[in-house]
Design a protein around this ligand. Structure first.
Ligand code: NOJ
Length: 585
């Protein structure tokens, strides 16, 4: 792509750091992280070099799903602090040129939100704010026990993503309401114009407070299909296939774009579903349509997952590459990718795609190199920059997450799963709680996260893996992240270069070039990553230029030797070795 064709944007050049406030830093000793705790660590973020913070929900919430069930979009949860604390945070970030994006959760609210309370009471203005339906005759449907009044089954066969039916019966209104997630997360009815108005107004309200964008929770589910049809081929009975990229989703989002978005905001839409067709992706990202800056798809997150949380399947490097390659190609001309391998909903990336044993440090750096040198905006999830790992869960009472506990309890009740022990390995590998254990600041008690009793267990490996130790060691994962972030600032090609994969079918090595036309010629990166714990020889194709210097690597080899190897085209990689060469011609 010629330089003049490139649409330069600050959010393409940025590195985003995701904060899950409950687990970041607790200042009042209640065992739950808080906003003053984030303010305390703003210099830490600045030292790391990140450009944006994505703050997971901090709004008032009964916490059925840790803040993803919002009871008031314009106030701060007591446990996290006050609006004045939040304003201090925004100012502290902006003082250091770090932008702030908030989480927008508007597919659903909490059942304790005023809109729902009024809707349930049949208030004229709010009665259609949610999806209310009559039940069906239980005799007539093939559906397991429900909580409805005698003889009533839920309106359709949709299942909640968090287990059980996607409908809950409400005694007050004497009808059922739809909840794709927990029963305390009723789905908003976006067909209703006033719902959309309310959402746009609350977005505007936050923009006026000075935020720089939104991460939009499950935003591709907001439009439900006419008649809410069942789908026997969908493991959720139709609740996944129906609402995913639903019939009016682009209409709703382009209305949002016209009303409240601005191309200078960073907006990232979370897009649920096994596969997002590229033509939808392009519409989500087209500035003249929905206008989002980027999206999170789940294709790579599903490679090692079965339909249920107690199932796993094998993934291979070539499959993982295929996902990233398809997305790079799909959005090469229009759109922009986000790059992530973990977040608050996913296990820790080093345990999942790397090696959290002998090569923890090396493999954390390989994965980091990948995320920071592919084309797209990298998202760093808190603790990733330390190489934090999954938690050694031993019993069910150590878990906190609804999306682990509910489906498992239902399955045990239904006899589908015998016991926790029978599926322990899969649950401990898959659970979202792996990401939610406290940030490891030091080797002290509770990893320096709290002086109280932490709301969820602290990983015992904090004695070894923690911010203090990482910062003190120049070869640490933390320092490597800093170097990667600095590399992005130094070389334009890291952000804007075209991506060309080298051996797409190879299951051991991920190698690629990035190329950018410059005023004087071309700037290029050659990135070579060994994804195994064995030495691997790599022969570069003839058309990869041979001159270049190693600008980053995770082995303390002699850089001259590495450069000499590039000159011959024959590289010998150490276990989990990462090399980034830079060339300008
Ligand atoms: C996606 C969020 O990231 C997750 O944490 C949450 O449980 C669901 N959406 C429902 O809001």
């Amino acid at each position: 792509m010629a330089d003049s064709d490139i649409e330069r944007r600050w959010w393409k050049e940025a590195v985003v750091y995701q904060i899950y406030p409950r687990s970041f830093n607790d200042t009042d000793g209640d065992g739950v992280g808080d906003i003053p705790g984030i303010v305390e660590k703003v210099d830490y973020l600045d030292d790391l070099g990140v450009d944006v913070v994505w703050l997971c929900p901090v709004y008032e919430s009964p916490n059925a799903d840790n803040g993803y069930d919002i009871a008031d979009y314009r106030s701060i949860m007591d446990e996290f602090g006050t609006m004045a604390d939040w304003e201090r945070l925004l100012a502290a970030l902006h003082d250091r040129d770090i932008r702030l994006i908030m989480d927008l959760v508007v597919n659903h609210t909490s059942d304790e939100h005023e809109w729902f309370l009024k809707s349930r009471a049949g208030d004229d203005e709010y009665e259609d704010f949610y999806w209310w339906r009559e039940g069906r005759d239980a005799e007539a449907v093939d559906w397991r026990a429900t909580e409805g009044p005698d003889g009533e089954a839920p309106p359709n066969a949709w299942r909640s993503y968090f287990g059980g039916p996607a409908w809950a019966y409400d005694d007050e209104r004497e009808e059922w309401y739809l909840h794709l997630f927990d029963r305390k997360q009723p789905d908003l009815n976006w067909e209703h114009e006033r719902v959309r108005e309310e959402v746009f107004e609350l977005m505007e309200w936050w923009f006026e407070k000075g935020i720089d964008g939104f991460r939009m929770d499950v935003i591709n589910l907001i439009s439900k299909p006419d008649g809410l049809p069942n789908d026997p081929d969908d493991p959720f009975g139709g609740a996944m296939t129906g609402p995913t990229n639903g019939p009016r989703v682009h209409e709703f989002l382009s209305e949002m774009n016209d009303r409240v978005l601005d191309r200078d905001y960073l907006t990232v839409g979370e897009m649920l579903g096994p596969e997002i067709p590229m033509e939808h992706a392009r519409r989500y990202l087209n500035p003249d349509e929905d206008g989002l800056s980027m999206l999170f798809h789940f294709e790579h997150m599903l490679l090692d997952r079965g339909d249920d949380i107690w199932e796993r399947s094998e993934w291979s490097l070539s499959e993982l590459k295929a996902v990233f390659n398809r997305w790079d190609e799909g959005l090469a001309e229009e759109g922009w990718n986000s790059l992530y391998l973990n977040n608050h909903d996913q296990p820790r990336m080093v345990s999942r795609f790397g090696d959290d044993g002998e090569y923890r440090r090396e493999s954390a750096k390989v994965l980091a190199t990948l995320l920071h040198t592919l084309r797209g905006t990298p998202y760093v999830y808190q603790g990733e920059e330390l190489g934090m790992t999954n938690y050694p869960f031993e019993s069910l009472d150590e878990f906190r997450d609804v999306d682990t506990l509910n489906p498992l309890r239902n399955a045990i009740e239904d006899g589908e799963v015998e016991s926790f022990d029978a599926v322990k390995e899969a649950i401990r590998a898959n659970s979202r709680d792996n990401a939610r254990t406290p940030m490891q600041w030091s080797a002290e008690e509770n990893a320096g996260f709290t002086e109280g009793e932490p709301w969820i267990g602290v990983n015992p490996n904090h004695e070894e893996i923690n911010v203090a130790a990482e910062r003190a060691d120049p070869d640490s994962v933390w320092h490597y992240y800093r170097d990667l972030i600095a590399l992005r600032e130094e070389y334009d090609v890291v952000v804007y270069g075209d991506y060309e994969p080298l051996f797409p079918e190879d299951d051991a090595v991920w190698a690629y070039t990035r190329t950018l036309a410059t005023a004087d010629g071309e700037e290029r990166l050659v990135v070579v990553l060994n994804f195994t714990d064995a030495e691997v020889a790599v022969g570069l194709p003839d058309d990869v230029p041979r001159e270049g210097t190693l600008v980053l690597g995770n082995y303390a080899d002699d850089e001259m030797d590495d450069d000499a190897e590039l000159a011959t085209g024959d590289l010998l990689l150490q276990p989990w070795e990462a090399r980034v060469y830079h060339q300008s011609a």
